[in-house]
Ligand binder design. Structure first.
Ligand code: HEM
Length: 445
């Protein structure tokens, strides 16, 4: 077997950070193998941020995990190895085990990334997940137990749970949910707009525009540290400016804001266009490829909208805003710093809140016909780039890049579509994205 980039990283981090590890790790020629880990009912490449998302999504389909504070075993500038203790229970069986695992993190350019996770008693952990014993139409025993576990968790919180409102728990890392979260958000907004979930250490998820706007506009009470839910263990240096609280946040933004103002980025338009044209040449050569993001997925499904934009390119900026509203990808997270009642629910310091912009932007109380793409929609209070002091630094740059991409794609590939039976995959987490969009540069009609 050839040595892959992942394996090199693992070897490098382990050799550099720890020299030798005990606890069941075993060094082999082409990487580290923690033998039993292979018997877990999920696998794949867990390297990098996407890998962490995949891992959480895969794990949470089978298990419910509660972690205690992480214990750093050894570390250097290049990486750390963290021991995690807690409990892990199988979703299907309801059985529970003490959890003991080693998490391996790599440090690059000030970011800590999870490279791998190794369970001490992997065979027992794998056994927990087994026997789904699904009987259509009848509630599963495991599910009943899970409900009662979640009720105990709810004891600490006021209000309703996502589990009860949805019939399954809320998990923004679930790839199927990430592909189309809107039905679940609609249900939560209608029945449980400040919903508690026990997932990932417990947090609230908000689904009303007004509640989400209130959180984003109040950075003092709703701190953006840490920015991810669940917080990455061992992540102890704030990302600037996203995870910085006032008043320091303002100072950092004063330094970087001028660099991203419209006047300051105008001059890169030509190089962005040249690059876009090169990419489109490559697209035309291949004619069918995996590509780009949700905006193009929705356009590929709507030939009428493509025709309209091709005929009226002046509509492109409004179309971009509307497509970003229609499919918002950011799940921001905040930590409550003072007692606060939000949407009738009492929040306490330390509570975590997830604010999905996708939920805010489909709220019928704020937008007429929220589930339709309407390029003529009056610019409302949409928060596609966030709101308040942490509003996106790169919004003008993003708009510039998107406008040029739309102009060039619509000019050079006037019509595009999805192949019949196209299978889509998405990643969840802090930023949802399409991992595949089979896309072709023509239409049959
Ligand atoms: C369509 C593309 C983009 C979208 C939808 C988007 C969306 C967002 C959102 C919603 C936030 C607020 C997060 C929060 O409140 O927790 C944010 C923050 C941020 N974005 Fe973007 N963004 C985009 C592109 C970019 C680009 C191109 C840059 C590069 C400069 C960028 C840099 C940032 C930074 C630095 C922050 C943190 C700002 C702060 O905390 O003060 N973004 N973005």
């Amino acid at each position: 077997m050839g040595v892959t980039g992942t394996q090199v990283v693992r070897q490098f981090v382990t050799a550099l950070v720890c020299g030798e590890l005990d606890g069941g790790l075993e060094l082999v020629e082409d990487g580290i193998v923690f033998s039993e880990a292979q018997s877990l009912p999920f696998g794949g490449d867990w390297t990098g941020k996407q890998g962490v998302r995949d891992l959480f999504a895969a794990v949470s389909r089978h298990y419910r995990v509660r972690m205690g504070p992480p214990e750093v075993l050894c570390g250097s500038d290049a990486g750390v190895v963290v021991r995690m203790h807690g409990t892990i229970s199988g979703r299907a069986s309801g059985a529970q085990l003490p959890l003991d695992c080693l998490d391996l993190y790599q440090v690059t350019r000030g970011l800590i990334r999870r490279v791998d996770v190794f369970y001490k008693d992997a065979a027992a952990v794998a056994a927990l997940a087994g026997r789904p014993a699904r009987r259509p139409g009848r509630p599963r025993r495991g599910r009943e137990r899970l409900n009662s576990m979640s009720d105990q968790i709810e004891g600490a919180a006021s209000g309703c749970t996502a589990l009860r409102a949805l019939g399954h728990d809320y998990d923004h890392y679930d790839p199927r949910f990430a592909l189309d979260p809107h039905p679940a958000y609609r249900k939560l907004r209608d029945t449980c707009p400040v919903a508690h979930t026990g997932n990932y250490g417990g947090f609230y998820v908000l689904t009303k525009f007004a509640d989400i706007a209130e959180v984003l506009h109040d950075a003092a009470v709703f701190s953006p540290w840490p920015a991810d839910t669940p917080p990455t263990p061992g992540h102890n240096r704030a990302l600037i400016p996203l995870e910085v609280d006032p008043p320091d946040h303002r100072r950092y933004r004063m330094i970087v804001d001028p660099i991203f103002r419209p006047k300051a980025i105008e001059h890169i338009a030509e190089s962005v266009r040249e690059y876009a044209m090169q990419l489109i040449d490559a697209m035309l050569d291949k004619r069918e490829f995996d590509a780009i993001g949700f905006s193009f997925l929705h356009l590929a499904r709507r030939p009428d909208l493509q025709d309209r934009l091709a005929a009226e390119p002046s509509l492109i900026p409004a179309a971009i805003e509307e497509l970003l509203r229609y499919e918002s990808i950011v799940h921001a997270s905040r930590t409550v710093t003072e007692p606060r009642i939000l949407g009738g629910t009492q929040l306490q310091p330390g509570d975590r809140v997830v604010v999905p912009l996708a939920a805010a932007h489909r709220d019928g109380a704020e937008f007429d016909r929220p589930d339709e793409i309407l390029f003529d929609r009056k610019p409302g209070r949409a928060m596609v780039f966030g709101a308040g002091s942490h509003r996106c630094l790169g919004s003008y740059l993003a708009r510039l890049q998107l406008r040029i991409a739309f102009e060039e794609i619509l000019r050079r590939i006037p019509r595009f579509s999805l192949p019949p039976g196209a299978v889509l995959h998405a990643y969840g987490g802090q930023t949802r994205s399409l991992s595949t969009l089979p896309f072709r540069t023509w239409r049959d009609d």
